[in-house]
Structure formats: C-alpha cells, structure tokens
Design a binder for this molecule. Structure first.
Ligand SMILES: *Cc1c(COP(=O)(O)O)cnc(C)c1O
Length: 382
C-alpha cells in the first residue's frame, strides 16, 4: 500500500466481501453460475436493454461487438482520437482499420460534424464502413441526439463504448443503451469494478447470443467439444460476477460521492480565470473522472504546474488521454482532426475522483489545490 492519494481506486467494502464469500461457498467457482446470470440480468435492467453478456474485460466486449456486427478485414471503423487505446485496439483485432475523429473542444466527446463529413467522404471513396464507436468520455455521454440520426441515415451501426459511463444518462436515457450494442468495463479504476471484467449490452438478441457463443471458444452445445469456427476465452467468471452484483447495488451511492466531489472542485475553480471543468454542464454524467482544462494565457500557470505541485504532496493526477493519432502504435492511421484533442491533451488535468477517497483525503487534495491557487493567482479560492 502507498499513502499516495490516487485518481480512482476500487471502492470495496463488506457488501462485496459477503457476496464474494457467498459465491465461493456456493461451489459455483467453475466459470459460469447463478451470479453470472443474475449479474447480466441486473446490468441489463439498469441500462435498460433486453440482454447482456458478461465478459472478461471492456476490451473483449468491444472486440465481440465488432465481430457480432461482422466487422472484419477491409472495413473502416470510426473511433474518437481522444480515448483509451482499447477502443482502437479492438478494431485492429478484427483487422479492420480505425479512422480517428477529433473531439468537441468543450466535452471531449466525438465531434459529430466531423463524423458526418467523414461518413460522406469515406463512402464516396468506396470504403466499407463497419461501425462508428463513440466513447462516453470520462462518464459523460456523447451527443447521441445529433449522432444517432447521422449514423442511421448512413446505414452505419453504432457501438457505444460506455466503458467509463455506467450510470450516466443522456436526456434521461442510460449510457450503454444508445448503439446497436454497448460495451461496459468493470476494470479496477472504473466507476464500479469486478477487479477486471466487462459487459456487452443491447436489444439485438441474435447479436448478443453470437457474442456469448464466441466468448466461450465457440463451443457447440454438444458433449464432445465441437467447434465450427475460432472463438475466444472471454467469459466473466461467476465469482467476479458476484463481486459485480454487490458493486451494482452500491453504484448510485458511489456515483453520488463522485458527483459531490466534482461539485467541490467546481466551487474551488469557479473564481479562477483560465481553469474550467471539462464537460461541467452535463448533468447526466456519472462523474467518473473530473478534469480541468487550463488555458495558461488566462491563468498564468499550466496544468503541468499544478500536477507537479500535487505530485510533491503525493497526490496523483493524470493528463487526459493522449490522443490515438499521436500514439506510435497508431502512426500513419487516417485521422480527421481539428486540433481539439491535442489542445485538451496539452491543457487538461484529471484530478483524484474516486468514490473511495476519505474525507481527510479529499480535504488534503482541496487544500493542496487551494494553496497552489493562492500562490499562483492570489485568488483565495476556498
Ligand atoms: C477502460 C476502457 C476500456 C477498456 O476496458 P477494460 O475493461 O480495461 O478492457 C475501453 N474503452 C474505454 C474508453 C475505457 O476507458
């Protein structure tokens, strides 16, 4: 253990312990079991979809979503450049080609006007467009009101990468429910965790059944291990599903803690010139991570200055995602850029946001920031 204050660590307590022990004692340790089935039903109910398939990671969920839609070699898939690498990697696993799309400068979510432009241009070039994968950045839904009609008109399916957004809403509708299929992550740093895990959610039962089949080595339902195609070992285990069920019960409480923390950051930075919360106006966000954007011409200090000040006090911060088009692994990938993601990467800073932060830890973070702001700006922020 470290006494560093971390960005977003798992929030685990006695409820998780009791669910996990109960699953162990039930004997359902061999991979599948009743907690797995129940976890799928409960998450589907929460997201408002007909069905769900629990898998070993969010990355696996994205991979299976693409395979379920028949995306493969020769296809192009639109991916936001501002995302975690998993979104792009999943496309590559299918040997389709990602095309990166820049973001809206205020929200960090995919730039819908660019998507419309690209769909048109790729089409007229004769490309086969397999899917668009909007990401709900840091727990804030993409602009589905604008995006979905554009994709529908182009006949291109949407895979919602809701890995960061379980519990978030857009106009009252839950994250995960917007695409033909949605992908959730229960990685250790996400809004809720199964230590590692993910889920596909959606209404298309044929697609989800196919994903479930592929997630269990494409094993046919006969006793002698019959396989008609290549599958994957992607299924979530019953034990981890039990952990997930306990986390799901606590999800709203954990979101609430993150929301209250974001409100305190908002209050702290409100009087500070040149420092704004990213996506602050989205009331449907699950507030997974709170980031600020610092315009050094107006603030007189940079995001890196604040990061260094906090690091010296053992407080972890991170830049926002380094855009995919700047990643060496994705050099030479076709991209449609405005510069918005690069600017957000240069000016953004993600602050400790976890629901497991104790009140003394939160106080320590807020006063360390306050101390910095007073020294740099003379604004007594709190
Ligand atoms: C975390 C994350 C993933 C991948 O989830 P894993 O469970 O870690 O595989 C995919 N996309 C985004 C946007 C993420 O933040």
């Amino acid at each position: 253990m470290t006494d560093t204050i971390l960005l977003s660590s798992p929030d685990i307590g006695p409820l998780e312990e009791s669910y996990l022990i109960a699953a162990l004692r039930s004997g359902w340790v061999a991979p599948v079991g009743p907690d797995l089935d129940a976890f799928e039903r409960e998450v589907a109910a929460r997201v408002g979809t007909r069905s769900a398939v629990a898998v070993s990671s969010g990355t696996a969920a994205l991979h299976l979503a693409l395979l379920g839609l028949g995306v493969g070699p020769g296809d192009v898939v639109l991916v936001p450049t501002l995302t975690f690498v998993a979104t792009a990697n999943a496309v590559r696993y299918t040997r389709a080609r990602p095309v990166f799309v820049d973001c809206d400068p205020r929200t960090g979510n995919i730039d819908v006007a660019l998507v419309a432009e690209l769909l048109h241009d790729l089409r007229s070039r004769g490309e086969r467009i397999g899917a668009v994968i909007p990401v709900d950045m840091f727990g804030s839904c993409a602009d589905y009101t604008a995006l979905l009609p554009i994709c529908a008109a182009a006949g291109v399916p949407v895979i919602e990468d809701a890995a960061e957004a379980l519990g978030a809403t857009h106009l009252g509708r839950p994250a995960g429910s917007f695409g033909r299929v949605g992908a959730l992550s229960f990685n250790g740093n996400k809004i809720m965790t199964t230590s590692g895990g993910g889920m596909l959610v959606g209404d298309d039962l044929t697609l989800l059944d196919r994903a479930r089949h592929l997630s269990t080595q494409a094993r046919e339902p006969v006793p002698h291990y019959e396989h008609l195609e290549t599958g994957y070992n992607y299924r979530l285990s019953n034990l981890l599903a039990a952990l997930g069920r306990a986390q799901l019960i606590r999800l709203d409480g954990m979101i609430d803690r993150r929301r209250r923390l974001r409100d305190r950051y908002a209050k702290l930075f409100a009087p500070v010139p040149g420092a704004d919360l990213v996506g602050a106006e989205d009331t449907g966000s699950n507030c997974w991570l709170t980031s600020i954007r610092v315009d050094p011409r107006r603030s007189g200090w940079t995001a890196a200055d604040l990061a260094a000040h906090l690091a010296a006090r053992h407080i972890e911060t991170r830049p926002v995602w380094k855009p995919m088009h700047l990643q060496p692994a994705y050099a030479d990938t076709e991209s449609r850029l405005t510069g918005a993601a690069e600017r957000l990467y240069a000016e953004g800073l993600t602050l400790p946001s976890g629901s497991a932060l104790t009140e003394p830890q939160v106080t320590a973070v807020l006063s360390a920031i306050d101390e910095f702001l007073v020294a740099r700006t003379g604004v007594p922020a709190a």
